[in-house]
Design a protein around this ligand. Structure first.
Ligand SMILES: [Zn+2]
Length: 174
């Protein structure tokens, strides 16, 4: 979805929506054996223009398929990403050389070029920042034991890698 800045009225919310393109997975260099983008993901939100800055607010639902990092089953993994980006007029590389420190806006800042806001590209950049390191079953009851603690007694959880501790708590509550 590409929207010329001139079509956005000052301070007026313009609804936008679109698809999370599974082909983005190639841009992200995902290893399809472990994790790939599935079709059906969508984003929905609103653009608001404030001067030359455009705000994007909304939510993206990204659907991954791949191997669960715990039980190694092939699973679907849905990720919800709140969108709150500031989209600024993009600078040419020449202008950036003059003022390189101006380009450190952080992950919630993106750019538009030639007066056209490419919402799909802004969403793609945002999804890229939020790529999960590992997919896991959303419901721990459907998920097998952690490969690293298989056979370990739950009461010895203080000896376990602290990164797994929240998962073990879930298990013992079970
Ligand atoms: Zn699992």
């Amino acid at each position: 979805m590409r929207i010329p800045l001139e079509q956005l009225s000052q301070g007026v919310e313009t609804p936008v929506e679109g698809e999370i393109d599974p082909k983005w997975g190639e841009d992200f260099h995902l290893n399809p054996e472990e994790m790939r983008l599935d079709s059906g993901g969508r984003y929905r939100g609103k653009l608001t223009r404030l001067g030359t800055t455009v705000l994007l607010m909304g939510e993206a639902e990204v659907i991954y398929r791949g191997v669960c990092g715990r039980c190694l089953k092939d699973i679907e993994f849905r990720q919800h990403i709140p969108m709150h980006s500031r989209i600024l007029p993009g600078k040419t590389s020449f202008e950036l050389e003059d003022n390189p420190e101006e380009d450190d806006g952080g992950s919630d800042v993106d750019y538009y070029y030639n007066g056209v806001v490419d919402v799909d590209r802004v969403v793609r950049d945002m999804v890229a920042v939020e790529i999960p390191q590992v997919l896991t079953c959303e419901n721990p009851e459907n998920c097998g034991p952690l490969p690293s603690v298989e056979g370990a007694a739950p009461e010895k959880s203080d000896a376990v890698d602290p990164r797994w501790a929240p998962l073990l708590k879930l298990k013992t509550k079970g």
